[in-house]
Design a protein around this ligand. Structure first.
Ligand SMILES: CC(=O)N[C@H]1[C@@H](OP(=O)(O)OP(=O)(O)OC[C@H]2O[C@@H](n3ccc(=O)[nH]c3=O)[C@H](O)[C@@H]2O)O[C@H](CO)[C@@H](O)[C@@H]1O
Length: 348
């Protein structure tokens, strides 16, 4: 049985695509490299053996702190190399982020292949720096190739969990014929989006719509509004069921959520996270806007009045929603996880 080390950590945008790929490799012995106390440990449960290591990004300007982080990175590279040797790992797969650095460098030192998946339109720092050490860099967006000129890249879109490929029941007691709006702030929620939409929600409910609002776990006003047509949840596992049923999503523009919107053909109003590295969420969103699948507004320009009117106008215009839904589905790649699984298999 071939042995795979997956390095995916921190956010749903990194962990869920890796889970999507893992599901396509039932014949592999899979070990998971993550960081302690982050999302991945809960999400993978006891499906894979979990190896926590400490990693940090070089965000500080302090030279002493940077040196400490560098020494920490060197030490984690050797920790991962030891793991690769002890567990007789054949190949490393990573979805980028800080955890990818020790994983890719340790794979290189151990002489085994490393496959990296970059889901965002603008590649992250680790991808830009370390993609040269990878056997292949798989891309979430076709246009990303131009940012990685000397790298062997292949466009595969972004893998999603297997539930997205079949109809999923949504057990939230929402009547069949009412419009459903969902508000998504990414895997951690978005407090600014929550504040904005809370000002609009009463008028959406007034026209008979239901709202499923995924607030994230750190929303200070999480329980501030109650209504029979309003369902507020800190985190929801059944995203496939929710997006398949939703008529419209108001969402951040993380690459994972966007891919899921395309697969479930859900029209969207996108509000990119303004502080994302190199504003990558705006670039992700742009692909959907150009295709006619979504509207996109920068947080600073979007007032509650504008958002409110846009949602009400769209809900009244079923032809427009249908057209956006069709355009969204044209962006979907249904076999992304399989393509990545095959890249992993072929690399050994
Ligand atoms: C602030 C920031 O820099 N965020 C980044 C992070 O975001 P983040 O993890 O928020 O972004 P994504 O939208 O890519 O992924 C969210 C994932 O969490 C899932 N989900 C979300 C809420 C919930 O209640 N239940 C649930 O299952 C979604 O279905 C999706 O699979 O990683 C993404 C992939 O690198 C980037 O594009 C984002 O820019």
């Amino acid at each position: 049985m071939a042995r795979l080390l997956i390095a995916a950590s921190g956010t749903g945008g990194h962990v869920f695509p890796a889970l999507g790929v893992a599901e396509k490799l039932p014949d592999y012995e899979i070990q998971w490299l993550g960081t302690p106390d982050r999302l991945e440990q809960t999400l993978i449960g006891d499906r894979y053996s979990f190896h926590p290591i400490s990693v940090e990004g070089f965000q500080t300007r302090s030279p002493i702190k940077r040196l400490q982080i560098l020494l920490g990175l060197v030490s984690s590279v050797f920790e991962v190399k030891k793991l690769i040797e002890q567990e007789k790992i054949d190949v490393v797969f990573t979805t980028g982020g800080y955890i990818a650095s020790p994983a890719i460098l340790a794979a290189k030192l151990s002489g085994i292949p490393a496959i990296l998946h970059e889901s965002n339109y603008i590649p992250g720092k680790v991808t830009k720096l370390l993609s040269r050490f990878c056997t292949t860099v798989a891309l979430g967006f076709e246009g990303t190739k131009k940012y990685l000129p000397n790298t062997s890249t292949i466009w595969v879109s972004t893998p999603v969990r297997s539930q997205f490929y079949t109809p999923q029941p949504l057990d939230l007691n929402i009547p069949v014929n009412v419009p459903l709006i969902t508000v998504i702030g990414g895997s951690q929620g978005a407090v600014s989006v929550n504040q904005l939409v809370r000002q609009c929600i009463p008028s959406w409910l007034e026209i008979g719509a239901y709202v499923v609002h995924l607030t994230g776990k750190n929303d200070p006003d999480a329980d501030s509004f109650k209504h029979p047509q309003y369902i507020s949840l800190p985190f929801f596992d059944n995203m496939a069921g929710l997006l398949q049923r939703a008529n419209l999503a108001v969402s951040r523009a993380g690459s994972g959520t966007l891919t899921e919107l395309a697969i479930t053909k859900t029209p969207a109003i996108l509000i990119p996270y303004p502080f994302a590295a190199e504003d990558h969420q705006s670039f992700n969103a742009e692909v959907f806007v150009k295709a006619g699948a979504a509207y996109c507004y920068q947080q600073k320009e979007l007032t509650d009045k504008k958002l409110n009117n846009l949602v009400l106008d769209l809900l009244k215009n079923s032809n427009k929603l249908k057209e956006m839904s069709q355009k969204s589905s044209e962006l979907a790649v249904m076999d992304s996880a399989e393509k990545l699984a095959n890249l992993i298999k072929d690399s050994i």
